[in-house]
Design a protein around this ligand. Structure first.
Ligand code: HPA
Length: 262
């Protein structure tokens, strides 16, 4: 999406909502229920927004929901799109760029992720301390602000938000998220490699959106629901991922409401 298309999409949305969002909240696999906590919801199907791509994955409805969480105006992305569906990087980061064009100052990226640390349990929630982009791709200059072809990622995940998220009553852990392209879940050799790189959880989203968000000057909070934990002889299934994320959704909702309250 060119900058012009982003502006067109933002203009279309501005006409549909009473006030611009302060925050973008992107919901990962199995975390769609978090959107139920939004008050005064206004739903805009992604088909109605020029240039936005719809996700093809089960459990990813393509809707932008505008409303409030703890009194803050939010824009919730239900159904992000992924590289593994064949979508381009431009499509993956479009909603983040639109949120920035609407004047949002922050972005909360949630996802389902596989645990690499054997001490993890499915259902755990991990606050993202930092990321590794192993998707094999990244943003190109046409997707970045004209004045910022290089993006500082030295402190990509906002320190204050991380601390607030870690202090919530659900007692999350904190760790490094590695983003891969998918769609295959990791082999044992890849799990060993990702651990040796310093990653604590692996997933197929978030890292490109975080780069787009930082390029646009948005504060970023990242939350992973750990849906499966990699270990010797442990298979990984999409059904298991959705089931565990569903169970974690209530905890993720609580964490977000507590962070936004302060
Ligand atoms: N690997 C990659 N992506 C994932 C996983 C995983 O184990 N679980 C949920 N998303």
């Amino acid at each position: 999406m060119t900058g012009h298309m982003i502006d067109d999409a933002a203009a279309r949305l501005r006409a549909a909502i009473p006030a611009p969002p302060e925050l973008l909240l992107t919901l990962g696999s199995g975390l769609d229920g978090v959107a139920d906590a939004v008050t005064d919801p206004i739903d805009v199907p992604v088909e109605d927004v020029p240039g936005l791509a719809a996700s093809t994955v089960a459990g990813h409805a393509g809707v932008l929901r505008f409303g409030h969480l703890e009194g803050r105006a939010v824009m919730v992305q239900r159904g992000r799109v992924h590289l593994y569906e064949g979508h381009a990087v431009a499509d993956v980061v479009a909603v983040v760029r639109i949120a920035a064009a609407l004047g949002a100052s922050g972005c909360i990226l949630t996802n389902a992720a596989g645990g690499l640390d054997p001490s993890m349990t499915p259902g755990d929630v991990m606050v993202i301390a930092d990321q590794i982009n192993l998707t094999g791709t990244s943003l190109t200059a046409d997707l970045l602000p004209d004045d910022l072809p290089f993006v500082d990622m030295a402190a990509a995940y906002d320190a204050q938000w991380r601390a607030a998220a870690c202090a919530t009553s659900i007692g999350p852990r904190e760790g490094v998220y590695v983003g891969v392209r998918g769609p295959a879940f990791e082999t044992p050799a890849e799990v060993a490699m990702l651990r040796s790189l310093g990653a604590d959880a692996v997933g197929m989203s978030t890292v490109l959106e975080a780069i787009a968000a930082r390029a646009a000057g948005l504060r970023v909070l990242g939350i992973s629901s750990i849906t499966n934990v990699h270990g010797p002889g442990v298979p990984t299934s999409h059904e298991e991922v959705l089931r565990a994320a569903d169970a974690a959704a209530a905890n993720v909702t609580r964490l977000l409401l507590e962070v936004l309250r302060d």
